[in-house]
Ligand binder design. Structure first.
Ligand code: DAK
Length: 258
């Protein structure tokens, strides 16, 4: 099992919380940290009792990006095979919804980690950016792709080519952030949002996540066909019978994940 201190794990009923914990390096995403985070997320994803995952950092930094000190000596050949690359698609493959609670800096890989999550709650002091260009590289974990899909080509181009940071209000206006809250309240708000997701029928939640994820990757007609198949799967669940009955009988539904 990877080193536990680098990402602290907490459980609040059906919500699991991963807190990045490398304060001396501003939560830079070292190989060990990414290994621990991925391990935790995969464990939680396999646990039917966990319905939503929150990823948080500290109050002044979510994560300052990949570990520049670890990257300095990495050769071109090593960068082609470095294991850190495998963690990102594994996190993206998590079927349980993930919410980022961003306070302070979310830069480079930190911004990419937040964008990989399904929703983002940010404190007013949050700053998002892709400063890789100032180091002589470009984003390597989705910063040119997910960011562009969310905020559009022109705005993404400016962030990627200049390294300029966006404060929370601008990120909210650009569509990166779901909610902006007062400093110190992002984790609480993210957990609140996660609890709402956790109350919804779990199979439909997973199908909904899969369908929305596919929207970025498929042309419209294929995406609509994919949505239709996932909708039909939802129609096959006991939970949807319960949800519809509960509505008609004017009571709260009891979802059982079947
Ligand atoms: N890596 C390593 N150490 C870092 C770090 C980082 N990203 N960010 C900060 N630190 C370290 C500093 O070196 C310093 O260490 P000591 O000097 O004490 O030993 C300590 O954390 C405190 O940093 P500061 O003194 O700079 O702290 P401040 O509060 O003044 O400033 C800051 C915070 C976050 C604004 C600043 O530290 C900063 O600008 N950090 C670098 C941000 C950055 O350039 N990030 C982009 C990194 S490149 C890929 C996946 C991902 C990536 C690439 C490929 N594949 C899957 C292929 C991602 C690449 C990147 O993210």
């Amino acid at each position: 099992m990877p080193e536990e201190d680098l990402v602290l794990a907490e459980r609040d009923g059906p919500v699991a919380i991963a807190r990045l914990n490398r304060p001396d390096a501003r939560n830079a995403l070292s190989r060990d940290l990414m290994e621990r985070l991925t391990w935790l997320v995969e464990e939680w994803d396999a646990d039917p009792g966990i319905r939503c995952i929150v990823i948080a950092g500290g109050d002044e930094y979510f994560a300052a990006g990949a570990d520049i000190k670890g990257m300095l000596e990495r050769s071109f050949q090593e960068s082609m095979t470095h294991p850190t690359a495998s963690y990102w698609p594994r996190l993206w493959g998590c079927k349980t919804p993930m919410i980022a609670a961003v306070s302070g800096y979310a830069l480079g890989g930190g911004c990419e980690l937040a964008l990989l999550c399904d929703m983002i709650v940010a404190s007013e002091n949050a700053e998002f950016g892709q400063p890789e260009i100032t180091l002589g590289i470009i984003p390597g974990a989705g910063g040119t792709q997910r960011l562009t899909r969310v905020i559009g080509k022109q705005r993404a181009m400016e962030l990627v080519l200049t390294g300029r940071r966006m404060r929370a209000a601008e990120a909210h206006a650009a569509g990166i952030v779901n909610h902006v809250v007062k400093p110190g309240e992002s984790l609480e708000k993210a957990i609140e949002l996660a609890e709402v997701v956790a109350r919804r029928p779990p199979i439909a939640v997973r199908l909904g996540k899969q369908a929305v994820q596919a929207a970025d990757e498929t042309p419209l007609t294929a995406g609509l066909a994919h949505e239709r198949r996932l909708y039909e799967l939802a129609m096959a669940t006991e939970d949807r019978v319960e949800g519809m009955k509960a509505f008609i009988e004017k009571r709260r539904p009891q979802f059982r994940g079947r």
